[in-house]
Design a protein around this ligand. Sequence first.
Ligand code: ADP
Ligand code: ZN
Ligand code: ZN
Length: 802
Amino acid sequence: MNIAKVIVDVPASSINQTFDYYIPDKFIDILEPGMRVIVPFGPRKIMGFVVGFVSESTFDKLKEIVDVLDITPVLTKELLELGKWVANETLSLSIIALQAMLPQVLKSTYKKELVKKTDLDLPVELEYLFAGRDIVPFEAFEQSNISYNKLQKVIQAGDVTIDYLVKSKITKKQITMVKPAKDSHLLEEALVDLSKAAKKQKQLVDFFIQKEEPIEQKRLLTILQTTTSTLKTLEEKGLIETYKQEVFRNPYNDDRFERTYPLELTDEQRGALNPIKESIEKEKHEVFLLHGVTGSGKTEVYLQAIQEVINKGKEAIVLVPEISLTPMMVRRFKGRFGSNVAVMHSALSAGEKYDEWRRIHQKEVKVVVGARSAVFAPFENLGIIIIDEEHETTYKQEDQPKYHARDVAIHRAENYNCPVILGSATPTLESYARATKNVYTLATLSKRTNDMPMPHVEIVDMRNELHVGNRTMFSRKLVEGMKERLKKNEQIVLLLNRRGYSTFVMCRDCGHVNECPHCDIALTYHKNSNRLKCHYCSYEENVPVNCPECSSDLIRYFGTGTQKVEEALTEIIPEATVIRMDVDTTRKKGSHEKILKQFAEKKADILLGTQMIAKGLDFGNVTLVGVLTADSMLHLPDFRSSEKTFQLLTQVSGRAGRHKLTGEVIVQTYTPEHYSIQLASVYNFSDFYKTEMAMRRKFRYPPYYFLALITISHENKVKVIQTSQKIVGLLMNKISQTTVVLGPTPSPIPRIKDRYRYQCMIKYRNEPQLRMYLNKIKEQFADEMRKENLLISIDMQPYHLM
Ligand code: ADP
Ligand code: ZN
Ligand code: ZN
């Protein structure tokens, strides 16, 4: 079989297929499915994935593979299959599905080098190639006549690795070291020769007379309070030497984590764990829904289930939402399983991510804890997949391939005959409905492990505040509560439910709002730069002095950004110190953690923030949680808005009184009678579930119906409308009677970056051919999409309905 089937890196729908290439002799023994190759494609050379081999091709005039990029496959057979499945499920291109499974480093342009990892001798040709060096460029190997087979053997033995250098940036971390270049008695002689004035130089030489070992340059400079110029001078005199040393990048230094041991489980925890253990033991695929209130010890159940999996020599994937992936979270897993844990987090650099991925790929770890894409971890002996906070919408990827990590997890677990645990205090209606129908196995943890009651929640009707003349955004009750806590040196968390709110500029005379000229959305006011910015494109402008509409100078800022709340807060309670956590203050890498650390160290009384503060925080000293605008999400054009409100209120309430001190929650709202607010305030999930299910049934939404959202966009509005109508017409011919097609209508944001947007929503119960119809429709428009820049985007499980 000397022909390879290759999926090429060309993102166009007409080429969602494999191409055949001859395999040159030198690659024939080493090439395996899942390896990346370089192939000629038209006038260009591009990357592709080998997915299989054949001995005959229906194409004529085959070209040859130019180069092989991997010595071991980057995608396993299972992942290749999974890629096909993902592409099909999400109606995306195979190449995009495959690339979604790999770290960034393997997608970009790169150089390769070979690194020798052993002190022992390699086979003689390879020793000759390395010639005493630890690292050689990959080209050196290609120019030699060593066979790929030989290289593959030493790589498989772990004696040599291939490293990728991203765009000339080194993916491995190096530090500069300094060491004495002479014996200490020679240094002593040199010391005498140094001029009296050269104090710093003398100090440095003296340092190495005392301590003859190498030291990291950065540390040396801080210890001696000196600069690199001193080092340079001494290096020129031949007294010291500097050199680069590679350090293995481990963003989470394992020594930092204190070892923890399995806890004696509560009855409820044991009740939840036992059937999971059985599923692991019997190698039987099963999905468990672990419904446990915040603080009920779900994580301990995960940890003990993973221990069971490791004992069987298998591997575990743990997914947590991006923003819960805090050092606190990592510590719980590293504390139990030490260096057996890899962490995949978007805050890691591309190189760090690659290192972690490689540790999984080379089977150096048994557990990966990570955000959404960690569901593709290249394990080959999976024993469990856990999704914590399963209700989080960030598990759905919003770019192609638009997959949901939950579906991928369940699909992989079916392949491996292993269990999946979905854990949450507020499960999605979809998952809970499946549990009530015994598609999933439900386990409930109803009590907190410390037996502390859930904090009391008080709902404050903000309309009454207006009636008594309180025009601030803080109710009297909340202000009182905050002052009380400040007196007792206790801390407060304030949540500004920011979605749907922003600071915009409006003319008080005519009501004119400044909008982005390219997108139909109000511009957001940024105080620091005093400019108006669009959050959908990069457009910005100065704040107008006069209204562009009526020339009035009564221009005012509206909305409640966190900055504004902070200002108002310091006016009302000047004695309080406030830390703000929102997109603006957490943009820099590590700033998120820094803010949390400051708050944990009690450097502030109040932590004020958006949604991101609702997750996973665990501060013993927080006794009051205030929600400023509980209903700001309720009125968004999204059928999940009640569910999201319920989830958020429950999550944030769980932040108070986690430890010895009892907590209180104050929820401010203009719609206190709404069931999601009422039921969240008494932690009544089951009534919420019933009420919301009735709504979903009535309005034909998930979990009763499936959804598919088609969005059509183009610069010409007429073209968008015409195309949308055509698409709906085509669909109507195919679909069954019970299926509903809504639209076409303008999208909630009708224009982004000068492109008009229309959408239609398909609601269906049973439409086995729908994916095929949609693919066909897309194919019909393929020419227009390519030539006229028409965009038809299909989301088979939409979460963002904007
Ligand atoms: P959840 O993930 O459900 O919010 P956690 O796993 O964070 O809950 O558990 C809350 C606290 O209870 C943690 O401090 C944890 O160490 C502790 N805990 C969990 N299980 C037990 C147990 N069986 N006995 C004592 N403490 C426990
Ligand atoms: Zn005006
Ligand atoms: Zn814009």
